[in-house]
Ligand binder design. Structure first.
Ligand SMILES: Cc1cc2nc3c(=O)[nH]c(=O)nc-3n(C[C@H](O)[C@H](O)[C@H](O)COP(=O)(O)OP(=O)(O)OC[C@H]3O[C@@H](n4cnc5c(N)ncnc54)[C@H](O)[C@@H]3O)c2cc1C
Ligand code: SF4
Ligand code: SF4
Length: 1014
């Protein structure tokens, strides 16, 4: 096992999802218990500690430190055993929570504790933090579900932890062993200490008087000594929430629950004040819900700006001050509706007298009354969208534009629900006193609210408030007998306030526990006890300075990063001072929440290279961490000046520019764009590589070669010459170079002037964007499009335009891309309108108009570029628009049955969604459309052609895409049986990748529509 001490690893592991940053000594990925023992030996020798780490999604800095970060997620991720009869599962600590539940589903069972991060956090991390979430009202926390665990103690011995009576322990260690002065082993000493606590009246009294209210069913603050010694001695209870400070866990046995009743519904109560939601929660609790969650108006407002979450807001009516979302479950729909009616009646009427004077008129002139003024219901599979929106809350907050951020500092307080209205009253007074603002959301049913004050940690005032809020809130929590951590744990953030909450004497017990288990501070030092000041080692400095201008050698950027900040009107957004400041703030939008660590079992596009390797260094998070670190610290930190650019290059090399992050990252980190910006600055300093130069100019070169097309095609297809070309460029020999096609007369040039090509001049006018890939390689697609639309009565023309610049953007040749973007905007701004849209066939090309152009063109063209972008449509968006307007219908198409396996282009998925295409096909044809749950195909423009990326490219295809296609079309060469089964993909590269990977010729969806045209 290797210990990585290079800068790249250290930087990638210097943060988690918290505000802390500390460069570790090194990083290791153990595979065996012996590896951990070896790491313990090395750590002792070097005088550092081991920091066990799973998904690295902790919010309080649990996995940030100066020691060796031991990432168990890479190799320790097997489900060892599932016992259906006894309802338990034995897993390695790196198993992802949702992946375990996918494996359990066929047995009708599941592991019930959950987190908002459940699709990438691991059972080991959940155990370490005693995690729980939305359904803790019914299922409790991880501590309640760990039956047994296996782990390595700091003396290197392996121990099985579970529930033991004192008698059983005496059988193992000898009668009254716990009274002995000296012990024969560490484990004996550990048990002796806890039995000592259990039998000592004074200690029991201390614990019962100082630990939180028993009514509170969630807490992750300090060591749970009370629960450990409650009836028997159960070390699992103590280890849950111990944050890797006591033992290194290697296996966990968890109890399972039967899957909840099938029928599900959420009642979304709209409140006109936040206070009402706290009281409405108590009303809703009487109706036996399975969960109640809160989202305040500020978060709802922010979700409007998040590409993915816009699709999940369908149930929100207007702009409520808060949404109280109550989940109900039942065996059938009737029972569910009955429950909902009773709940809604109660919510809509309770408090009507009290709030009579506060009633307002809404825009729709509805008289508001009661605690809730409106309820919307969401049923069945749509409920997941509601929870998705709620879960994304924290990530979305990270996307707030500017230096101020909704800060995790008091985000995890919990009090008994009955105490919540009083606690919130005190808390809001505190906010007023301190002049602070806060967003509110969370698991309100169990009294847990994620309070996120908006703070700017780059200022002295922001940092002072950071500390003050933490301390004053801890005092309020103590007053209401709650916990400062309900689920996120203490880490480096809250440890300082444990003595304040529990009292010095109880805290001393906790210190004794740590001392007993880990006398030399070998495991996760300075967490829970003896923590460093909560405002040390923060990600940002006071009066933050950046090295960015020094490194890129200019204060100018190629993209207009500042515009998004200037135009952001979300509450709390602070704007940006300059382009480089905006660039840095964009990078800082990554809060480490780790959505980019989702595996292919979970699905999605982001982040393909991580999905095939399980390597943290290939996540979007690692890329932003490296960019932030290198561009922030001038000559300081772990990056030697000579390595700055090589590190940037290395970490960007595995990015496919698929834009998965643009929509799937809750903070909308757009690595495709960051990558392009940084590559152009790199070329400015180091020159452009031949390959990038050529790829960015492919269209120009191909246009030139049209004159010698036969010769060109000979050279790119004749094996020896083709191999030589590929070798020179750095393309994989296994790939075939695309041939040039003869341009048909109808689409002869792209194009010198807008010419009416087909159809009646009376019909609706449509402009076809004849992208460079279609023009040079598949011109028949353009012909098909024109014929199809002409037959449907449209008047199709190709306006004068140039290439899209997609290849230049993807290779980071932004100087060239800027010129192309400006040229196109100038050529098309007075031509294309809402009524006469520009329609494209190749998603990546046409979507450049909408996505990149407004930020590439000069400021005086921005407005026009944005308007043009809005009127530039993918052909499926256009068709759906026309279907909805009643201008195209299935009457125009043959209704013979067909089955289509549809693979969406990743840019299409990120910006539009593949469902639009599927809907068009389903509406117009008698088609069974199966959207392939694939992410990126792996080709990603030239990525899959590149020699060093060829293998990864195919591996990405092999995750979901290729196997699905092979299953759908087992023998590509034989003729199709009835019904006709086809694979459709609108992306040129995707079709090539499918052919190379499976031998199946995928078609463009427009070809299918054309074939079925009556
Ligand atoms: C957006 C967002 C939302 C969140 N929502 C929730 C929520 O709803 N509920 C909730 O409870 N938490 C939530 N969290 C916090 C976090 O995701 C959870 O605590 C999660 O369980 C941590 O899991 P992980 O795999 O990322 O663990 P990590 O962060 O890697 O580790 C967690 C702790 O476990 C320890 N640990 C890990 N592996 C081992 C091992 N093998 N042996 C010993 N110790 C080990 C670590 O040292 C650390 O102290 C949220 C975080 C984010 C960013
Ligand atoms: S890149 Fe996005 S998804 Fe990944 S950790 Fe950062 S914020 Fe989260
Ligand atoms: S663009 Fe794609 S490959 Fe690159 S960081 Fe984003 S999700 Fe990952």
């Amino acid at each position: 096992m290797k210990l990585f001490t290079d800068s790249l690893h250290k930087i990638a592991y210097a943060t988690d999802a918290s505000v802390y940053r500390e460069i570790p000594y090194g990083v290791a990925y153990p595979e065996t218990e012996e590896d951990v023992r070896e790491l313990m030996r090395v750590a002792r020798e070097k005088g550092v500690d081991l920091i066990p780490r799973a998904g690295g999604t902790s919010l309080a800095g649990q996995v940030v430190g100066s020691g060796i970060v031991v990432d168990i997620s890479k190799h320790w991720n097997k489900i060892v055993e599932i016992n259906v009869e006894e309802r338990w599962a034995r897993v390695q600590p790196g198993v992802v929570r949702d992946e375990l539940n996918i494996a359990l589903k066929p047995y009708g069972l599941f592991f019930s504790p959950e987190t908002s991060t459940s699709n990438r956090c691991c059972i080991g991390g959940m155990f370490g933090n005693n995690s729980c979430g939305t359904h803790s009202l019914v299922y409790g926390s991880t501590r309640h579900h760990v039956i047994a665990a296996k782990g390595i103690l700091t003396d290197g011995t392996v121990e099985e932890f579970k529930d033991y009576t004192i008698k059983e322990l005496e059988e193992r260690f000898g009668e009254t062993f716990w009274k002995k002065e000296q012990h024969d082993s560490l484990i004996e000493k550990i048990y002796a200490q806890l039995i000592g606590f259990a039998v000592d009246e004074k200690t029991r009294k201390l614990i019962s008087e100082n630990y939180p209210d028993k009514e509170l069913n969630r807490r992750s603050c300090g060591y749970a000594i009370d629960e450990t010694i409650d009836t028997c001695i159960n070390l699992c209870k103590l280890l849950a929430g111990s944050e890797g400070t006591l033992a290194f866990i290697t296996e966990i046995t968890v109890s399972l629950d039967p899957l909840p009743p099938k029928e599900i519904m959420v009642v979304c109560g709209h409140c006109d004040t936040l206070e009402k939601s706290f009281e409405a929660n108590l009303v809703a609790l009487k109706h036996h819900p399975t969960a109640i969650e809160l989202m305040d108006g500020d978060i709802l407002q922010l979700s409007k700006g998040n590409v993915e979450q816009q699709r999940n807001r369908f149930f929100v009516d207007g702009d409520p001050a808060a949404l109280l979302i109550t989940e109900l479950r039942a065996e059938n729909r009737e029972e569910l509706d009955k429950k909902a009616e009773e709940l809604e009646r109660d919510l809509l009427t309770t408090g009507a007298d009290k709030y009579e004077n506060m009633s307002l008129q809404t825009a729709g002139a509805v008289k508001r009354s009661g605690l809730i003024y409106k309820c919307t219901r969401v049923y069945g599979s749509d409920v997941a969208k509601v929870w998705n929106l709620r879960k994304a809350g924290l990530g979305i907050l990270g996307g707030m534009k500017g230096d101020a951020k909704p800060m995790g500092v008091i985000e995890d307080t919990a009090v008994a629900p009955s105490r919540l209205p009083a606690y919130m009253k005190d808390f809001r007074q505190l906010l007023d006193q301190l002049g602070a603002k806060c967003v509110f959301y969370g698991h309100i049913s169990t009294g847990e609210l994620h309070l996120r004050p908006i703070l700017n940690l780059k200022t002295k005032e922001g940092r002072t408030l950071f500390r003050k809020l933490a301390k004053e809130t801890a005092l309020l929590v103590k007053k209401h007998r709650g916990s400062i951590s309900g689920e996120h744990g203490d880490g480096r953030l809250r440890g300082e306030f444990i003595p304040l909450l529990y009292g010095e004497e109880t805290y001393e017990l906790m210190r004794q526990v740590k001392q007993c288990w880990d006398p030399d501070g070998l495991l996760n030092r300075h967490k829970i006890v003896d923590t460093l000041p909560m405002d040390s080692m923060l990600r940002f400095d006071e009066d933050q300075q950046y090295a960015v201008e020094k490194i890129i050698g200019t204060d100018k950027t190629y993209f207009n990063w500042k515009a998004a900040f200037d135009e952001c009107d979300a509450p709390g957004a602070t704007g940006a001072k300059s382009q480089t400041h905006a660039l840095m703030c964009t990078i800082e939008q990554c809060n480490g929440a780790g959505d980019c660590r989702k595996s292919n079992i979970i699905g999605g596009t982001m982040c393909p290279a991580y999905k095939v390797s399980g390597d943290e260094l290939k996540t979007t998070r690692a890329r932003t961490n490296v960019l932030r670190e290198v561009l922030t610290h001038v000559g300081a930190g772990p990056v030697p000046a000579r390595c700055q650019w090589s590190m940037i290059k290395e970490v960007l090399d595995s990015c496919l520019a698929c834009k998965g992050c643009k929509s799937e990252c809750p903070s909308n980190v757009d690595m495709t764009r960051l990558r392009a910006e940084m590559l152009q600055h790199y070329y400015d300093r180091h020159g452009t590589s031949l390959r990038s130069w050529l790829v960015a100019r492919t269209t120009q070169l191909e246009d030139l070669c049209q004159h010698i097309r036969p010769l060109y095609n000979f050279f790119v297809t004749f094996k020896p010459t083709a191999s030589l070309i590929k070798k020179t460029i750095g393309f994989a020999d296994e790939r075939e170079l695309p041939r040039l096609q003869k341009k048909p007369a109808t689409v002869l040039h792209g194009s010198t002037q807008g010419t009416v090509l087909h159809g009646s001049t009376q019909g609706e006018k449509v402009w076809l964007f004849l992208d460079e890939f279609t023009r040079n390689h598949e011109p028949e697609l353009a012909e098909i499009f024109i014929s199809l639309l002409s037959s449907l009565g449209y008047n199709v023309s190709i306006p004068k335009h140039t290439e899209s610049g997609r290849a230049a953007i993807s290779k980071g040749c932004l100087k060239r891309a800027k010129k192309i973007a400006s040229q196109n905007v100038k050529l098309l701004k007075n031509v294309v309108t809402d009524q006469q849209p520009l329609v494209g066939l190749e998603p990546s090309c046409i979507l450049s108009f909408r996505d990149e152009y407004p930020d590439l063109v000069p400021a005086d063209l921005r407005h026009e570029a944005k308007t043009l972008g809005c009127n530039s449509l993918l052909f499926d968006e256009f068709l759906l628009r026309e279907i909805k307007a009643g201008r195209i219908s299935r009457e125009n198409f043959d209704q013979s049955p067909i089955e289509i396996f549809l693979h969406g282009h990743c840019h299409q998925k990120a910006l539009v969604g593949v469902e639009v295409m599927a809907e068009v096909l389903r509406t117009l044809l008698n088609a069974k459309v199966n959207v392939i749950p694939s992410g990126c195909c792996g080709m990603a423009g030239s990525f899959g052609y590149e020699k060093e990326h060829y293998k990864t490219s195919l591996e990405i295809g092999e995750m979901v895409l290729f196997p699905t296609i092979r299953k759908a079309i087992p023998s590509p060469l034989t003729s199709q049986s009835s019904p006709l089964t086809l694979v459709a993909a609108p992306g040129t590269s995707c079709r090539q990748q499918i052919l190379d990977g499976t031998g199946v010729k995928a078609v463009h969806p427009i070809e299918i529509l054309y074939t079925f045209m009556k």
